[in-house]
Design a protein around this ligand. Structure first.
Ligand SMILES: [Zn+2]
Length: 74
């Protein structure tokens, strides 16, 4: 089981919009807080001295291994 790094396993994300703060269901993990290792996700991170963006579509990776890692739903 892989913890969803988008919502940090909470199943929801806090969204700031202007002065308002609201809570959104996490679309990446469908509010489960966990990712399906057999499912494909869009993921990005930065690498190299120039922080060039790497884009990857596939099973969830370990966020600790990547800089500025993000994951988004299909
Ligand atoms: Zn999530």
């Amino acid at each position: 089981m892989i913890i969803c790094s988008h919502c940090k396993g909470n199943g929801y994300v806090k969204v700031s919009f202007e002065a308002e703060q609201s809570v959104d269901q996490c679309k990446v993990c469908d509010s489960q807080g966990e990712l399906d290792e057999t499912k494909y996700y869009h993921q990005t991170w930065t690498e190299g001295a120039e922080d060039s963006i790497a884009i990857y579509y596939g099973p969830p990776l370990d966020p600790d291994c990547f800089k500025n890692y993000t994951i988004s739903a299909e």
